[in-house]
Write a protein that binds this ligand. Structure first.
Ligand SMILES: NC(=O)c1ccc[n+]([C@@H]2O[C@H](COP(=O)([O-])OP(=O)(O)OC[C@H]3O[C@@H](n4cnc5c(N)ncnc54)[C@H](O)[C@@H]3O)[C@@H](O)[C@H]2O)c1
Length: 337
């Protein structure tokens, strides 16, 4: 602690920061001539604390990282015996991620708004469920829930946590897409887009974080964003979707900031164009996109859901133990031109 000059001390005493205030200037660490004394700005706590301070609680004593040398590198990617919730896992990217998580050893619970696909033995979901039990020695369970229904989400997640006795992670993949010019967008459609893609992701993460924090469990969350959260897509007119994905990226950073002290990591995964049901309709309506979209990235092709499996397992597992508040963009170089 550097000593202050008498004048500086006196100046400080006259502008002393009340206990209930939040000081914006850095602490004095050196002796200043009076003309250069830094000015202290005080702002009442009620106006600033909720915006700029995430927690008044002391951080838990941090454990130094110690590499477990009994394990080889691939074992750090294991999700053996973990329990992972996947929203939007009824089909598409979410279901592909679910299969990867099952292969990594976890039990999976899916929340999705689709009618239960496990009742159809020929559905892709049923094929994954069959493989889980017969080949992988684990299980996937379907729960029909709309991610906009906060109460239902909380009930289902509480029920899973009680039954499984743990909750280790989340992939929030539920999402919708709509292509409409900004001048024609209705308020209802914009609300729906943000309701599913932003509030739905938020409430899913909240339900999972609640059971984790209540039980003192740590874990990792992956929120599926998009490269469209970073750039406006040339020739694809979806202002609300792109705004929703930008919001997912910012939500991820903020949840990471709040929950890091509980040992919960939160990252976003931002894919480029993927061939799924979501994009199939667009290719039918606009066949020229089959060539225009690949041409917009450095690898000159579209991607497939399977190409994001490794990233999700990396983010959920101990392989990414110091990663939080980050966005992992996998877009064939689309945004790097
Ligand atoms: N397909 C792409 O090119 C692409 C690119 C970047 C990001 N993404 C994102 O990846 C995620 C998965 O997309 P996809 O291509 O597999 O689409 P998809 O339409 O095949 O899958 C989305 C899933 O979310 C579910 N869902 C939708 N609304 C829901 C709600 N209210 N409650 C619960 N579940 C709901 C759907 O039923 C569906 O199973 C989305 O978040 C999407 O924005 C997709």
């Amino acid at each position: 602690m550097t000593r202050l000059t008498t004048k500086a001390s006196a100046a400080l005493r006259t502008t002393i920061v009340p206990k209930s205030s939040f000081r914006l200037t850095p602490r004095l660490t050196t002796t200043f001539p009076q003309s250069q004394q830094p000015r202290l700005t005080t702002i009442p706590l009620t106006q600033t604390r909720s915006l700029h301070q995430t927690s008044a609680r002391p951080l838990p004593a941090s454990e130094p990282f110690k590499l477990d040398r009994t394990k080889r590198l691939p074992e750090f990617f294991s999700l053996q015996d973990k329990v992972i919730l996947i929203s939007g896992g009824g089909r598409g990217v979410g279901l592909t991620q679910a299969e990867a998580v099952l292969e990594a050893g976890a039990r999976v619970h899916v929340v999705d708004v689709l009618p239960d696909p496990s009742t159809d033995p020929d559905s892709p979901f049923s094929a994954v469920a069959k493989r889980a039990t017969e080949e992988l020695g684990t299980a996937i369970t379907y729960h029909r829930v709309d991610v906009r229904d906060q109460q239902a989400l909380n009930e289902v997640v509480q029920e899973i946590a009680k039954k499984e006795g743990r909750m280790d992670g989340l992939i929030a993949a539920a999402g919708i897409q709509q292509e409409t010019p900004a001048l024609e967008y209705s308020r209802e459609d914009a609300d729906k887009m943000l309701g599913v893609n932003v509030t739905g992701v938020f409430m899913t993460a909240q339900a999972v974080a609640r059971v984790m924090i209540e039980n003192g469990w740590t874990g990792s969350m992956v929120l599926i964003g998009s490269m469209s959260g970073t750039v406006a897509n040339r020739g694809l007119i979806c202002p609300a979707y792109n705004a929703s994905k930008a919001a997912v990226l910012q939500l991820g950073r903020n949840l990471a900031a709040e929950w890091g002290e509980h040992g919960i990591r939160v990252n976003t995964l931002s894919p480029g164009y993927i061939v799924t049901a979501m994009t199939a309709g667009l290719f039918e309506a606009f066949p020229e996109r089959r060539t225009a979209w690949p041409d917009a990235n450095m690898l000159k092709r579209l991607s497939y859901p399977e190409e994001y499996r490794g990233a999700a397992i990396f983010l959920l597992s101990d392989a990414s133990s110091f990663m939080t508040g980050a966005d992992l963009r996998i877009d064939g170089g689309h945004c790097a031109w």
